[in-house]
Design a protein around this ligand. Structure first.
Ligand code: VGL
Ligand code: ZN
Length: 198
């Protein structure tokens, strides 16, 4: 059985200067690079939205970033336009050691459904294919790092735990958006799901 490091959304868009900048988001890059050699497999995710994506406030007349609306699949925070396919905002941070990655899982490509998790769209059922990749590789233990702690990292960790993987969060190698207490709520949910904090 094998181990995988899941590096979530370490993209310019979530780093200082990006369209959805997470405070200090770039500070985790050296530590993530150093950790890669401890794992059999390194897998990156990349938030990869078409222009006009339904998670963008600009796609909803009268709405502002960080408003919350009801979508057919549940509540959806509306974001500034970010990580549009092919843009500099969607590129990985230039210091991230992407050469070590076995695979890059792109997500958020469905114009109508957001996708925080590396495993499923926000309907919690449409798969990205990552589960099959990990199982085929014999991976049972996954360690999560990246951006943002309280959105894409947490959704990915919760799905991994639900799928039966043993999940460790390296919280020192994540940074949070922390919207209305979302970081505390995310920590509680991960603890309850059996995610180990390292
Ligand atoms: C993310 C909000 C929107 C993330 C992605 O990577 O945490 N958050 N898209
Ligand atoms: Zn996004």
């Amino acid at each position: 059985m094998s181990t995988a490091l899941l590096v979530i959304d370490v993209q310019n868009g979530f780093c200082p200067g990006g369209n959805l900048a997470v405070p200090d988001g770039d500070a985790i890059v050296p530590g993530i690079n150093a950790l890669m050699s401890d794992f059999a497999h390194v897998i990156l995710t990349q938030d990869w939205h078409p222009a006009g994506h339904s998670s963008f406030a600009s796609s909803h007349p009268g709405k502002q970033p960080y408003n919350v609306i009801e979508m057919p699949y549940g509540a959806q925070v509306l974001w500034p336009d970010h990580c549009v396919q092919g843009s500099a905002d969607a590129a990985f941070h230039s210091d991230l050691a992407t050469d070590r990655a076995r695979a890059i899982i792109r997500k958020g490509m469905n114009p109508k459904v957001d996708s925080y998790s590396a495993f499923f769209e926000n309907d919690r059922s449409t798969p990205t294919g990552l589960e099959g990749l990990l199982r085929t590789l014999g991976v049972r233990d996954v360690t999560m790092v990246g951006l943002a702690t309280d959105f894409c990292v947490t959704y990915s960790a919760l799905d991994a735990a639900r799928l039966g993987f043993s999940v460790t969060l390296r919280e020192d190698l994540t940074r949070a958006i922390d919207l209305n207490g979302s970081l505390d709520a995310a920590r509680t949910e991960m603890r309850e799901a059996g995610v180990a904090f390292a």
